[in-house]
Design a protein around this ligand. Structure first.
Ligand SMILES: [Zn+2]
Ligand SMILES: [Zn+2]
Length: 256
């Protein structure tokens, strides 16, 4: 390779990314992963259901679904709505090999978790919702595994031994490969996803379950039930973003 012909701008960019703190999105100087201007443009999940964090137009105590069929997890942490720049970055990781966006996204979630758990008990272990081996082979990596690894690195910097441990092998396995679920209703998804996951060993009493995005919540509910059956007494859900219902997504993006 002729090193002299390599783009010096590219090399400078990589050098600065490694040795200096620059914003991942706009390259401005910042001591954080994202500068304050980029952070201001993120779709924060401000109004939501208190339990499942489903984005709503106004702050809601419990959404209709939680009132009639409350999910079994103890708490859900979902700092962003799955739209705008957050949606673009997650899509880029999943479908466009944009693995370098794992850092800023998990950094944002870690900051939110540190604030939320400042007066609560941290879980003993953290697991993630895995992809099916066939999907991992197609994509070349499991994005939830890579995100959980990075998230734990950020948390460890602040928590040391208090940090939830990440088992070498995730006990949750996806055993059923399903076609795209986007067009299915919540009821249809729950039905089709039954028995999609398997748990291969007993687990501690208080655990966290990570996923990148929660849409209808059916995957999370299926996995939570497995964790509860395997010995967990409290399951905390950690997701980067929660998909708004269609009508809320439109209203939220309209000017006030
Ligand atoms: Zn920026
Ligand atoms: Zn709810």
């Amino acid at each position: 390779m002729d090193w002299m012909k390599l783009s010096t701008t590219k090399i400078t960019k990589v050098y600065h990314r490694v040795f200096f703190n620059h914003c991942y999105l706009c390259n401005n100087d910042t001591p954080h992963t994202l500068c304050k201007f980029c952070q201001q443009g993120l779709p924060t999940n401000l109004n939501h259901c208190k339990h499942c964090k489903r984005p709503t137009q106004y702050h809601t105590n419990l959404c209709g679904n939680c009132q009639t069929n409350r999910p079994s997890y103890h708490t859900c942490i979902a700092p962003y709505r799955f739209e705008g720049i957050i949606k673009t970055l997650i899509h880029s990781i999943k479908f466009n090999q944009g693995i370098h966006y794992i850092r800023p996204l998990t950094y944002l979630l870690s900051e939110h978790l540190l604030e939320t758990y400042s007066c609560d008990q941290w879980p003993e272990q953290i697991f993630y919702v895995p992809s099916h081996p066939k999907r991992i082979k197609e994509r070349g990596f499991c994005q939830t595994k890579a995100m959980t690894n990075q998230l734990v690195k950020y948390l460890k910097q602040h928590l040391n031994e208090k940090c939830p441990s990440l088992p070498r092998n995730n006990p949750l396995k996806k055993i059923k490969h399903l076609a795209a679920q986007h067009s299915l209703s919540r009821k249809e998804r729950l039905k089709s996803q039954k028995n999609s996951y398997q748990l291969d060993r007993p687990i501690p009493k208080h655990v966290a379950l990570f996923d990148d995005v929660m849409t209808t919540g059916s995957t999370i509910e299926n996995c939570t039930n497995l964790l509860l059956k395997a010995g967990a007494e409290r399951v905390d859900i950690w997701v980067i973003a929660r998909t708004p219902d269609k009508e809320h997504s439109v209203k939220l993006s309209e000017p006030a």
